[in-house]
Design a protein around this ligand. Sequence first.
Ligand code: NIG
Ligand code: FE
Length: 414
Amino acid sequence: MQQTLWQHLTLCAQGDPRDALHDAALAVCDGQIVWQGALRDLPAAYADPLTWPREDLGGAWVTPGLVDCHTHLVYGGQRADEFAQRLAGVSYEALAQAGGGILATVRATRAADEATLFASAASRLEALLAEGVSAIEIKSGYGLDLASERKLLRVARALGERYPVSVYTTFLGAHALPPEFAGRAEAYLDEVCERMLPALADEGLVDAVDVFCERIGFSLAQSERVLQAAQRHGLRVKLHAEQLSHSGGAQLAARYHALSADHLEYLDEAGVAALKAAGTVAVLLPGAYYFIRETQLPPLELLRRYEVPIALATDSNPGTSPATSLLLMLNLATTLFRMTVPEVLQGVTCHAAQALGQGERHGTLAVGRSADFAVWQVESLAELAYWMGRPLCTQVVRAGQTVYRRRGYAEERQ
Ligand code: NIG
Ligand code: FE
């Protein structure tokens, strides 16, 4: 039995700093939290330092491990040249229509082997993990044929095996129409629904299914075909919805009890009401909003009024959000969307876990749960949204084991 008492910490167990517990302790046995509370209330059972060796965190803040609930982390190449074209005035949609955008990354991804894809995704993942991320969603969607989608999902699974992070995979075969199916969307969807999804689900590579429901992606009716196929396989769904235009995607997502509807800049009140009724999480992606210089803000006031849980994620991808920092998303969501500090913190903890259907496993620290937490050298948790690009996470603990510790240069040299 391995037992540790983590003490002298400021505990933010639910992701809301208003409920913080000062001078707290966590008793962890074999990776599980068996007690948490104020140190002065520590039961005698955990007080003997011989059986409960202590780790003193010197007053540092502790939050649940962060959850990045929407990423396209695995892909070939990058699109900095396209970024330069956009700076010169070409729109994201125009690039996509000219065979660039997602399809440019599809070409690079198809040409790359698993080892290359693993190495490039791993370097992005390492940046996220150093910020306290302990669970991440990774979508496919840059392969667009069975073998290439399989390659992406296998790399995603391998990342979860090789790094101390829980990886949840999402099949996004309906991300774009591959060139060999140009003008034949329905035939491609036959392939997605009848061949790719069944095969990949059978191989245990798919935890959820997503569709890019958009003018430059798939229509409502086309998206619905994919959601129905997911349902037939007993898989939960998500939807890229209302990102570049209003389409009614949020209502469609709600009808299929989606875990989340994501992006949502063009969401209207009927869509908000539908998300609320279905218990679907609204995932906002401020990195994409910022990077494509969107000006339509997601309807924060409506989401608040209807009490829809709001999550935040990096949307890490080469086209609209080349982001490898979840903390930067907190900064963007506060400044651009005027979200509050408690909202953004819950957005990357409990609500993000809910967006993955993993609310019982991630995003909250409680007795009976795995001891997955991040340690922050800050005076106030507002600093997580305040600093831009400053490393604040000093230690990451997963199942009671320290899996990351940030050392300063001085310490490194000793
Ligand atoms: O989440 N919207 C669709 N997919 C990505 C962008 C993909 C790309 O441009 O490569 C997104 O924004
Ligand atoms: Fe996305």
